[in-house]
Design a protein around this ligand. Structure first.
Ligand SMILES: [Zn+2]
Length: 241
């Protein structure tokens, strides 16, 4: 008999292998994703607004688990609508999913010419952490590439690689979910900002003494007799100092 575990606990099945340190650990001194309840709440609201049905809520997980543990049980519900929904859930659970040590897994399937082994179904309570872990396990990916690529391309590649890696082991998380999280990664956003070239605006001068630059240097700590300052004035047209 398998060990009974809390319904929201992390998966321990053979497919799930934690691949990186906890998210609060830093990368080269920078915290990629600070622990923030506000950020997690924002992620939840995003999931709700995008109607992601692949990521399970705790309620959906409980329903699917009930059917997978006891497929011959009676359909539940007080109304016809509720009973029909429970019947549909029973069909979806039995045909597409399997139970492994209390966790729901998507059955092995061929999808777009890719054969997936059983994949852990992400929950709305742990999807955010899963994306963070996989993104960090890839060392933020985009950072490792050539500096010739622009930041938008790097960020996009970082999202693609993280999504690609996620879909091998997890079910339900979409590419846009990954993009949402990567856009909030301190390391990726810092790198992208550093790669953004500063716009240089040349100052034009058309004739002698049209424009001059002043540089006042402070030598009060090492004065030359009564002289404490050096004022340098440069004509930007002739370059004379
Ligand atoms: Zn990152």
């Amino acid at each position: 008999m398998s060990q009974i575990r809390p319904i929201g606990s992390s998966p321990i099945g053979r497919v799930y292998i934690p691949s990186s340190p906890p998210p609060q650990a830093s990368d080269n001194g920078v915290i990629a994703f600070p622990t923030s309840l506000a950020l997690e709440l924002e992620f939840h609201l995003m999931l709700e607004s995008t109607h992601n049905r692949g990521i399970f809520t705790q309620a959906k997980k409980a329903t699917y688990r009930r059917w997978l543990e006891n497929p011959d049980a009676e359909v539940e519900g007080n109304t016809t609508h509720e009973r029909n929904k429970d019947r549909n859930d029973r069909h979806a659970a039995i045909t597409g999913f399997q139970l492994d040590q209390g966790c729901i897994y998507r059955k092995a399937e061929l999808h777009k010419n890719t054969l997936f082994r059983p994949r852990y179904v992400a929950l709305d309570s742990n999807a955010f952490e899963i994306i963070q872990k996989e993104h960090r396990a890839l060392k933020h990916y985009g950072m490792l590439l050539s500096i010739c690529l622009c930041s938008i391309v790097l960020t996009s590649l970082g999202v693609d690689k993280t999504y690609e890696r996620l879909t091998e082991n997890y079910y339900g998380i979409t590419r846009s979910n990954v993009a949402w999280v990567v856009a909030r990664c301190n390391i990726c956003t810092t790198t992208a900002a550093a790669k953004t070239k500063v716009l240089v605006r040349p100052i034009l001068s058309g004739r002698c003494l049209d424009r001059v630059q002043f540089d006042l240097m402070d030598f009060t700590s090492i004065p030359d007799h009564e002289y404490n300052w050096i004022l340098q004035i440069k004509d930007t047209f002739l370059k004379y100092v």
